[in-house]
Design a protein around this ligand. Structure first.
Ligand code: C5P
Ligand code: MG
Length: 229
């Protein structure tokens, strides 16, 4: 994935892409809600491109010479939100690279926007989202999943101290994003306490209500890429 050369994506006052050509679905939910798992299912069956904000941040953190490495590392360990300029630039770069290399124009953006400023800046300067898939789970369930994942994930934030901080950030900072989109009728909520297969059944049923099913996504992608090219 291309490195950040300069920041600027978040300051543009017109969206870079039109929602007629580029589809973005945000995937939100607390840490351990199952965002990555459900995105992997959707990629397989629908052909979306999955971009995880957390994965892009971890990649930038580990990139030799990155000017943002230390900042990202500290924020992730403390469960804080990395400044939106960095995250939005990483997402924009990844979207452009995906369109150029893979011709894909339908994106699942996982773990973003985690704060209202990110939501507003992305929709103003990159592209307005279609809707947000919100995976709703309670902390007890999410904590058990994260502790389990921590045995093999190697993630610096899958430990009990960081998990508690991440839960607090989610409630204080990220839930207001879900609430705002909900008020605009742009949230699709799924009960994510259920086993992953059951969650996915519900996700598919909801996507269908929004006119998205496996074949259509692939076909629309080819058409909108042809239109954008
Ligand atoms: O989504 P994930 O659990 O991989 O995110 C890990 C961490 O990355 C978050 O706890 C947060 O510190 C950072 N992050 C962020 N802004 C985002 C997504 C992730 O600051 N939009
Ligand atoms: Mg994840």
């Amino acid at each position: 994935m291309p490195a950040i050369e300069k920041l600027g994506a978040a300051t543009r006052d017109k969206p870079l892409f039109s929602p007629d050509n580029v589809t973005v679905i945000f995937v939100l939910g607390g840490p351990g809600a199952g965002k990555g798992t459900q995105c992997a299912n959707l990629v397989k069956d629908y052909g979306f491109k999955h971009l995880s904000a957390g994965d892009l941040l971890r990649e930038e953190q580990d990139r030799p010479g990155s000017e943002f490495g230390e900042l990202i590392k500290t924020d992730i360990r403390e469960g804080r939100i990395v400044p939106m300029e960095v995250t939005i630039q990483l997402l924009e770069n990844a979207m452009k690279a995906t369109m150029d290399r893979e011709g894909k124009t339908m994106f699942l953006i996982d773990g973003f926007p985690r704060k209202l400023d990110q939501a507003h800046a992305f929709e103003r300067s990159v592209v307005p989202s279609k809707f947000t898939l919100f995976l709703d789970a309670d902390e007890e369930v999410m904590q058990a999943r994260l502790i389990n994942r921590g045995k093999t994930s190697g993630r610096a934030d899958d430990n009990i101290e960081s998990i508690k901080k991440r839960f607090k950030t989610f409630v204080d900072t990220s839930m207001p994003v879900v609430k705002e989109f909900e008020g605009q009728g742009r949230v699709v909520k799924v009960d994510a306490v259920q086993p992953p297969e059951k969650v996915y059944e519900d996700v598919q049923a909801k996507l269908k209500e929004w006119g998205l099913n496996p074949q259509i996504v692939q076909v629309e992608q080819e058409q909108s890429y042809a239109a954008a090219a």
